[in-house]
Design a protein around this ligand. Structure first.
Ligand code: LLP
Length: 384
């Protein structure tokens, strides 16, 4: 995957750093837009996956709207070319300042996650003399069959409004003069690889949409969130996710009224495969039952393996020798600071460069300065 000239470039850059293949990002964006475009579906990129300036401006230029979950994400979206009128704002705990910002900027929709939040938005909008466009974030009770930490559409999760609250919500809405109900919003989880899960989501959305229609609420926007997974096991096999099959499921199973538009909020599927975390081997140490390759990237740079036990393919970019097995670990004083156990790599030595693949989504955005470490650098394939 990495060309010789790219490797030569890597040798000159201080590690660890995130490397983004901007050609692959471009291809992914074109494929997603093309497949969604067949059916006129709306796309909002979920900034939480990766909010680097270069990446956001590339995505906004491709005509995407934005899905934001904080005031700062809304600002980052606007600073990087997204139109306020194409921004959705979700989140179970929006502060008053964040709600006011969304109202001032007249974003497309504030996705409301509780009855109390509806009242607060109404009050703030009233005080500002504006009407808030809102969507109701609904818990559809569809199991995303993914890691429990990234499952969001079940009754026990904290997100959204439950179906047995609908009557009360509609009653309440009638009394809230500064709200306009624009959409219904669903997001059931992330890294979903079984496309049948989306079929189940469609069936549930149809039932819920029909209930609202029978209660004389015809939402303009039906937003089914994000969640499409990527191939962590073999990033070269499908570097661009199968957007064709993904959108076709919705085309085949979702039932919309003539005025209703279907919207999506992909994050991982857009940026995941474009990014790799590049690190240098500091030491190779023999343990009792294993050999450790100790690298200069840690769980503060990429927390996914420690937090979700997630797999990321690891490659040695500089050795061609016979393979051996290594536990690839970082320098942080926690045993969870491990990127992979028993990883088969060509014989690995001090100063070799390793790539931790499929790290473009939820890598850099979730990094921290734990242990007072410097943040990893950022390198784009198309910026010298
Ligand atoms: N829309 C909403 C309302 C969301 O909460 C999310 C992700 C998305 C869209 C985008 O989902 P995606 O297409 O990326 O699956 N840190 C975790 C993932 C957390 C996802 C949170 N919500 C990880 O590293 O796997």
């Amino acid at each position: 995957m990495f060309k010789e000239e790219t490797l030569r470039r890597f040798r000159t850059i201080r590690t660890p750093f995130y490397y983004y293949d901007m050609d692959l990002l471009g291809e992914t964006l074109s494929s997603c837009s093309k497949e969604a475009g067949r059916y006129g579906y709306g796309l909002h990129y979920a900034l939480k996956a990766n909010s680097n300036t270069e990446i956001l401006s590339r995505i906004s230029k491709s005509g995407f709207g934005a899905d934001c979950v904080s005031g700062n994400e809304i600002r980052a979206a606007i600073n990087n070319g997204f139109h306020p009128g194409g921004i959705m704002f979700s989140g179970v705990g929006k502060s008053d300042e964040e709600i006011r910002l969304a109202l001032e900027l007249k974003i497309e929709s504030i996705n409301v996650e509780s009855r109390q939040e509806m009242e607060v938005i109404n009050e703030l909008a009233g005080a500002m003399g504006v009407t808030a466009d809102i969507s109701l974030r609904i818990i559809p009770n569809v199991d995303a069959q993914t890691h429990r930490y990234i499952t969001t559409g079940l009754e026990e999760n904290k997100f959204g409004i439950l179906p047995w609250e609908f009557d009360e919500v509609l009653e309440k809405l009638k009394t809230l003069a500064h709200l306009r109900l624009k959409g219904l919003h669903f997001h059931i989880g992330s890294q979903i690889t079984d496309l049948d899960v989306f079929k189940s989501l469609c069936h549930r959305v149809n039932e819920i949409n029909a209930w609202f229609i029978s209660n004389r609420v015809n939402a303009e926007i039906i937003n089914v969130g994000g969640g499409l997974g990527i191939d962590y096991g073999d990033p070269e096999r499908y570097p661009v996710p199968d957007f064709f099959s993904y959108f076709r499921i919705f085309k085949n199973f979702i039932e919309l009224q003539g005025n209703q538009q279907l919207h999506f909020e992909p994050g991982r599927a857009i940026v995941g495969q474009s990014g790799s975390l590049i690190a240098k081997v500091l030491f190779v140490k023999k343990g009792v039952a294993t050999r450790f390759a100790i690298i200069d990237a840690g769980m503060n740079d990429l927390i996914r393996p420690a937090l979700y036990q997630s797999y990321h393919k690891i490659e040695n970019l500089t050795s061609r020798e016979a393979t051996e097995k290594y536990d690839v670990v970082g320098p942080i004083c926690e045993s969870s600071d491990c990127f992979g156990k028993s990883v088969t790599l060509p014989k690995t030595s001090r100063n070799d460069l390793l790539a931790i693949r499929s790290a473009g989504a939820y890598g850099q955005t979730m990094s921290s300065g734990y242990n007072l470490r410097d943040l990893a650098g950022t390198v784009y394939s198309d910026v010298e």
